[in-house]
Design a binder for this molecule. Sequence first.
Ligand code: UDP
Length: 328
Amino acid sequence: MKTILITGATGFIGSNLCSKLIEDENNNIIAVDNNYTGTLENVREIADNGRFKFIEHDIINPLNIDEKIDEIYNLACPASPVAYQGEKAVFTTKTCVLGALNMLELAKKNNAKILQSSTSEVYGEPLVHPQVESYRGNVNPIGIRACYDEGKRCAESLFFDYHRLYGVRIKVIRIFNTYGPKMDPNDGRVVSNFICQALKGEDLTIYGDGSQTRSFCYIDDLIEIIIKVMASGDDFTGPVNTGNPSEFTVKELSELVIQKVGKINGKNLKVIYKELPKDDPTQRRPDITLAKNVFNWEPKIMLNEGLDKTIEYFSKRLALETKILTNV
Ligand code: UDP
């Protein structure tokens, strides 16, 4: 049996990872979260499994676990700009930095492998396109995104120092924009906003002129590479980019969502333009050559198909919420 600890376990990526890992009967899962952006609802279907245990804990504080831990996936951190900025900014940096320190200490004590969910945000407003792992980025260290960007950069440095100083077995992945079931409808991300707005018949809010680009990876593809990276030999530390290299403008995404949801609800959907948030990156696309070469991995689910699955998820979720509200 293997005991696997996952932080950020009730969030979007964490809960999808828990569901996948629990399928293997040799895995015991210890799920850790403070439920700031996550919700127990995301792990409800596996909560009664005897190999699943949930601990409510904020990783800003040290974590003591009695069981021997074999692997740690450190995913805990608010990841949506609206969730990590503003009044949560200092909390975000603490989660990134103190959280990484506490989890690295736990890994060291247990001689466990530890994987860090880093981010494309370490590249900031990239001057190299597409982004390769060797690119050192262009981050504004005093901007409103810095709490997250610099927090994640500092976490990467801590991982590599624990590796060099104490021989901790580390894996660092840099996750690019990811979407799919179990995203929070109120998270403020572009995919969830557009789909939920369209389903409710509201205008889709484009920030700026919509010419900024992102590359969207479907959750199942991401989960596959996360598990492959954890399973790699001790000599592989990363960092490795994990994402889908197909790049779209935000305007193109809005058109796709309008076309798909319009067909379902017959509404005449349109966009409205709002101010572009400060330091919003102009373009983003991962170079995934490393992941392809080392793990023989590339995303299989393209935006067209992934959006259909995600629209289906949000339709059900919003219908359920409406039902609950009207029953009250
Ligand atoms: N965005 C938008 N409308 C929204 C939400 C986001 O136009 O309702 C834009 C946002 O300004 C950014 C892109 O979509 O340029 C992706 O935003 P998201 O928050 O999903 O992720 P980010 O890549 O910025 O972390």
